[in-house]
Design a protein around this ligand. Structure first.
Ligand SMILES: [Zn+2]
Length: 86
């Protein structure tokens, strides 16, 4: 079953300490820029896989063990929180 980024809003809040569902994710493979909420999310052990809706490239892998979250962002060219002046 494929979910969208809203499904992991709570998880992302834990990982980034911010609401990332409205952040803009830039795919490193195809360059598509979309809100995290619009990505495709696969919840399966041992981690959560976030894929680009345009090219299905893996954007993020979030695995959790012993209460710690390990985040692989190799598939992202950029992740920009919206609405903030960085
Ligand atoms: Zn892509």
């Amino acid at each position: 079953m494929v979910l969208d980024g809203n499904a992991i809003g709570g998880l992302l809040l834990e990982v980034f300490a911010a609401d990332m569902t409205s952040a803009l994710a830039t795919c490193a493979a195809c360059g598509a820029v979309r809100p995290v909420a619009e990505t495709m999310v696969y919840l399966r052990a041992p981690g959560t896989v976030v894929r680009c809706r345009t090219c299905t490239n893996v954007l993020m892998v979030i695995s959790s063990a012993r209460g710690l979250h390990c985040v692989d962002l190799n598939g992202l060219a950029a992740l920009q929180a919206s609405g903030t002046s960085d």
